[in-house]
Design a protein around this ligand. Structure first.
Ligand code: SAH
Length: 350
């Protein structure tokens, strides 16, 4: 397959142009055509000479995703199943809020983390998505809906910090003012808790929001829910979080999915308030979405509200996440890599 031109950030594209014997400003023109005008063919780049367009066509591809399926929820949330052109498929979700559109993107095809409550578990990990494939999820939806998306969250399939370099480069591409121009503050990275990568992220001097999937304050319970806790336990995770806050001065968002009779009683809330006391943070309470054959079921509304009120009373800012798209399996943790029958995979899953 030809190289995906969307994988290159603007500096890299300038180097590519130099290697083709072209002036650097050509890179800016091409970058603008791709990221702002969202073209789907090199021939639409009308201020580029036909010779250069031919050179581009020879060496690169625009890697335009096909929409295999699009579902719309009663609340307006839209779920896309994209053919990523190698036989694999991924899902992305578009949500509309008062302040604009948010896209929830996938960072990998499959996930290695194995969280017991998440639908992305149970499907084999195939590969990382490239930076261009991450960006293309946004471009494809912008084309399809004729909208401008203002926020992006890495909360789809995959563990973004397990695909660190491509995720960082995708953010660099998204940030660029000559392209999509999405500020880092409009981007959230959610992690199951890959501690060394949290330190690395802290040292990037980036303004993204970091979300930590915490879900329990007891190592025993958290390990049952999230095997990654056996590698990086809560103490190590919290140490990394404190380092992140100290380095970036950014508020961390802790995700806590409430499962009935598992992590949703007031003792759990008390433990959580002790763990987070004095930290620059926010707690996002998610009513857990039951997955097929999953043992965790949603807490009652009454318990969720009690849990939130308890935290707020203890001075911990906590909100309940509005459930969007649950009727189309687009709510938190419901995305999974769909097998695509019509395409033959070109590579064996790892
Ligand atoms: N791998 C990353 C991002 C993907 S999941 C992470 O673990 O953070 C995005 C968020 O949805 C995470 O907080 C995750 O724990 C949560 N989640 C996964 N499955 C869920 C489910 N069934 N119900 C509610 N939240 C879920």
């Amino acid at each position: 397959m030809k190289k995906n031109i969307k994988d290159y950030n603007l500096d890299e594209l300038k180097q590519v142009m130099a290697s083709l014997g072209e002036k650097p400003y050509r890179a800016e023109q091409i970058f603008k055509w791709i990221m702002q005008d969202n073209v789907t063919s090199f021939d639409e780049m009308t201020n580029i000479s036909i010779e250069l367009r031919d050179k581009l066509k020879e060496n690169f591809d625009l890697h335009v995703f096909n929409i295999l399926k699009k579902q719309e929820s009663k609340d307006g949330t839209k779920k896309y199943l994209f053919d990523v052109l190698d036989g694999n498929a991924i899902e992305s979700v578009l949500m509309e809020y008062k302040h604009g559109f948010t896209i929830c993107v996938s960072s990998q095809i499959g996930c290695k983390m194995g969280c017991k409550f998440c639908a992305s578990t149970g499907v084999k990990f195939a590969r990382n998505l490239s930076s261009g494939e991450i960006v293309e999820q946004l471009l494809a939806i912008q084309r399809d809906e004729n909208i401008k998306i203002s926020n992006l969250v890495f909360m789809g399939i995959g563990e973004p910090l397990d695909n660190y370099d491509n995720v960082m480069n995708a953010i660099k591409i998204l940030n660029n003012q000559k392209g999509i121009n999405m500020g880092a503050r409009h981007i959230s990275i959610s992690t199951s808790g890959l501690v060394p990568k949290i330190y690395k992220l802290a040292d990037e001097n980036m303004q993204c929001t970091l979300s930590i999937s915490l879900h329990s304050c007891s190592n025993k319970k958290r390990s049952e829910m999230m095997p990654v806790n056996d590698v990086y336990n809560i103490e190590e995770l919290m140490k990394a979080c404190r380092y992140y806050i100290q380095k970036t001065n950014r508020r961390i968002s802790f995700e806590y999915a409430l499962a009935k009779d598992n992590n949703d009683n007031l003792n759990d809330a008390e433990e959580l308030s002790k763990l987070l006391k004095g930290m620059l943070c926010h707690v996002n309470l998610i009513p857990i979405n039951k997955i097929e054959n999953g043992k965790y079921i949603k807490s009652t509304n009454e318990n969720i509200i009690k849990f939130r009120d308890y935290l707020n009373k203890k001075g911990i800012v906590a909100t309940i996440r509005r459930e969007l798209g649950s009727d189309i399996d687009a709510a938190c943790g419901q995305l999974r890599k769909k097998e695509v029958e019509k395409c033959e995979p070109t590579q064996e899953p790892i």
